[in-house]
Design a protein around this ligand. Structure first.
Ligand code: 5GP
Length: 176
């Protein structure tokens, strides 16, 4: 599809918001032995890298892959875990880090699976949220930005694997 990418949220605004999220997460987990930040691949890897460096805490990282959009622009209700965590989360403070919540099916499923593993606590931090698209409710602790129902890229989020390295959030605009 022919398209252009327009800036929706600038690099400066993204950085400032992530710094603030880092402060809030740091405050929440004061005294914790270990906060495990779980990145949902591949979209959250850039956000996770930025966010964990803004957290003044003992943090470890782990990753999970859930089935997502593939090469298209539509979400699927059939969420499958394609890669599980490497480490046990029992008794740990866990923060699931997501790039964007759309219908909520992905995070709902991941949260359900992880909560069965007896973490000490389980929270969710997402860079972006499209509240108007929600089909299943998920408790989200931190939201970077609530955005309208637009297809976005950048800061780890792709369109057919492109644009993950854009330092801003862009909107994909079809041409012709
Ligand atoms: P949900 O299960 O909440 O419908 O979908 C969440 C996943 O859909 C995100 O992790 C992301 O991979 C994908 N997604 C949702 N909205 C967008 C978007 O605007 N752009 C891209 N590239 N992916 C999106």
């Amino acid at each position: 599809m022919k398209h252009t990418v327009e800036v929706m949220i600038s690099e400066a605004d993204v950085s400032a918001r992530i710094a603030k999220l880092g402060e809030e997460i740091t405050a929440r987990y004061q005294g914790s032995d270990e906060v495990v930040m779980i990145g949902l691949l591949r979209g959250s890897c850039v956000f996770l890298a930025d966010l964990c460096r803004q957290c003044q805490l003992p943090v470890t990282l782990d990753f999970m892959t859930a089935s997502s959009y593939g090469a298209g622009m539509h979400s699927s209700r059939d969420v499958r875990i394609l890669k599980d965590l490497d480490d046990d989360i029992k008794g740990k403070d866990v923060v699931i880090v997501e790039d964007i919540i759309d219908t909520g099916y992905t995070l709902n499923k991941v949260r359900e699976i992880l909560s069965l593993r007896d973490p000490k606590s389980l929270a969710i931090c997402t860079l972006l949220d499209k509240p108007s698209r929600r089909e299943v409710q998920v408790p989200v602790d931190w939201i970077g930005f609530a955005i309208p129902d637009e297809f976005v890229v950048g800061c780890g989020i792709d369109y057919a694997q492109q644009y993950r390295n854009l330092p801003f959030i862009g909107k994909v605009v079809p041409q012709g």
